[in-house]
Design a binder for this molecule. Structure first.
Ligand code: F6P
Length: 545
């Protein structure tokens, strides 16, 4: 039966109608236990969802929806390695990459956990050799610079975490992340580094991605111009991939390849060897602590009843906001400068996973799926886009991410930052009615009252951490990963393929063939032809680095 025709979906629709006069301010005024009811304290984290437009009936209906979707059964399938990515015939086992349990997981007769251990050991030994200076560059100098070349899942997670974990950086090593095909990205980086002390990590699950291969070839050519000798490549280039053949074709010895497997989705891969540049930057011990944090989130997700289960609640609230309150976007606003790249990472995680409209059985679906996720550091956002959040007619639910103790103890900053975040969440929730606005105005200003009215009732959750540590970030990311999984189960989607992106890869090659080889076999529309012809007649050739 179509999801939207089920009794539970209809009940939720009716409930949403009945909630049309619900205002969060009234709910807080009449129930001083609301925060207690709708918040969860777990180790280093406080999850407060009391400012969502929900009541006990909402939660009870959403839990019934989860039950209707057989969520528990799907959780079992996920963790034991069933091939739930059915369009690519693959298991989805990023949880095995951070599992500290004894249990084995077998996929296609392979002991997945055994393979993971081997690669982790190889990473550890390699990192030790780099950090101790035993691994030397072609002129005998130790490595002090890592340049990771990768894109999407082979870039965003490690890059975001490297920035977030600055206090954990090894001072001897500096890591750069290059992803953009635009030569400006790489050119800017290589202008400031020394080839003698630089190691490139070429990260690509498929090792066929145009952006990564182009950047890797350019980096290789630049490096060889300095070293002058092909045999020096082995000391300065390593690969992270599932594709041995293409790695060796590129010219990297597969001895210098860190392997992962097709059951690790790109956007879920930071726990695998894709995390190598991060682990080089923060050390294996901290990388393992990140994995432990994620493992603790996995245990919470697996073992906690749904009504107290943080990722399940995050997912259900997201579905309530998207499908029943019709919110088209979700803003993620970290009040911590170190987390400035978190929204970028979550965009891929959520939108590439659940931005879909075909169900698991291949049928087109007509309900909305993932909202557009966007965001920026909250305090900067206050002076940019918060006006719209407060006073437009667009409903934007928010995830506030806050931190109690900053890693940078500059006197006076942290309390002010926290005050800003909580005050914003409170104001967005309460709003200001006309009477209140009038009271604040002098007699001669009363005509301004309507401009000072705030409707309020903006739903938000707050994830408040005591500290930003590798462990707490591991937990945070794993919670969002499980949220994605739960939403995919309820929307009846395969969250683990990305055919929409694959199309882009093919289209770019068609245009490129025409530009470079004058290959006219692919017909384009007049707009595309017009743009191509303008490019061709004005292009003045690339400058080699
Ligand atoms: O953007 C599409 C995508 O396939 C992502 O899913 C993936 O993370 C990214 O490209 C990079 O792919 P690869 O690691 O194979 O280079």
């Amino acid at each position: 039966m179509k999801l939207t025709n089920t009794t539970i979906w209809k009940q939720l629709e009716e409930h949403a109608l009945a909630m049309s006069s619900f205002h969060l301010r009234d709910e807080f005024d009449k129930d001083d236990k609301r925060f207690e009811k709708y918040s969860i304290n777990l180790n280093n984290l406080l999850f407060d969802y009391s400012k969502q437009r929900i009541n006990e009936d909402t939660i009870s209906l959403l839990l019934q929806l989860a039950e209707y979707s057989n969520l528990e059964k799907w959780q079992d399938k996920l963790f034991k390695g069933d091939k739930i990515n059915h369009t690519e015939n693959r298991a989805v086992l990023h949880t095995a990459l951070r599992s500290f349990s004894e249990a084995t997981i077998i996929v296609d007769k392979q002991n997945v956990k055994g393979n993971v251990e081997v690669v982790l050991k190889k990473m550890e030994t390699f990192i030790e050799r780099i950090h101790s200076g035993e691994w030397k560059g072609y002129t005998g100098k130790p490595i002090d610079t890592i340049v990771n070349i990768g894109i999407g899942g082979s870039d965003l997670g490690p890059k975001m975490l490297y920035k977030a974990l600055k206090p954990y950086h090894d001072p001897k090593i500096h890591v750069h992340f290059i992803s953009n095909l635009d030569g400006a990205d790489l050119a800017d980086c290589i202008a400031h580094i020394n080839p003698e002390t630089t190691l490139f990590t070429i990260a690509s699950k498929t090792f066929t991605t145009l952006e990564t291969l182009q950047n890797a070839h350019t980096a290789r050519a630049w490096f060889l111009r300095h070293s002058g000798d092909e045999s020096t490549i082995a000391k300065h280039f390593v690969a992270i991939s599932t594709n041995k053949e293409s790695v060796s074709k590129f010219g990297i010895d597969t001895e210098n390849m860190f392997e992962f497997w097709d059951w690790v989705g790109g956007r879920f891969s930071l726990w695998s060897a894709i995390g190598l540049p991060l682990a080089l930057g923060i050390g294996m011990e901290h990388f393992n602590s990140l994995r432990e944090g994620a493992f603790s989130a996995d245990i919470h997700f697996k073992a906690t009843p749904f009504e107290e289960n943080i990722p399940v609640l995050m997912a259900l609230i997201g579905i309530w906001n998207r499908n029943f309150l019709n919110a088209e976007t979700l803003a993620v606003l970290p009040y911590d400068h170190a987390l400035s790249k978190l929204p970028d990472f979550l965009q891929q995680l959520e939108m590439e996973s659940n931005g879909k409209s075909v169900d698991r059985d291949g049928n087109f679906i007509h309900y909305e799926t993932n909202p557009v996720l966007w965001g920026a550091t909250g305090n900067n956002g206050q002076h940019a886009f918060f006006q719209l959040l407060h006073q437009s007619n667009t409903l934007v639910p928010i995830d506030f991410i806050g931190v109690v103790n900053s890693s940078y103890s500059l006197k006076g900053h942290q309390q002010r930052l926290f005050s800003n975040m909580t005050a914003q969440a409170e104001a967005l929730m309460r709003g200001k009615n006309e009477d209140e606005a009038l009271k604040e105005l002098k007699t001669e200003e009363k005509h301004l009252a309507s401009y000072k009215v705030f409707k309020g009732n903006v739903p938000s959750s707050t994830l408040l951490f005591k500290h930003i540590t590798p462990h707490s970030l591991g937990m945070l990311i794993a919670f969002y990963e499980h949220k994605v999984f739960v939403q995919g189960v309820i929307w009846n989607l395969n969250s683990y393929d990305q055919w929409g992106v694959e199309l882009g890869k093919k289209l770019a090659n068609d245009v490129l063939n025409d530009l470079v080889n004058n290959d006219k076999s692919n017909k384009h529309d007049s707009s595309t032809e017009g743009l191509m012809s303008y490019f061709k007649s004005n292009f003045m050739d690339d400058i080699a680095l």
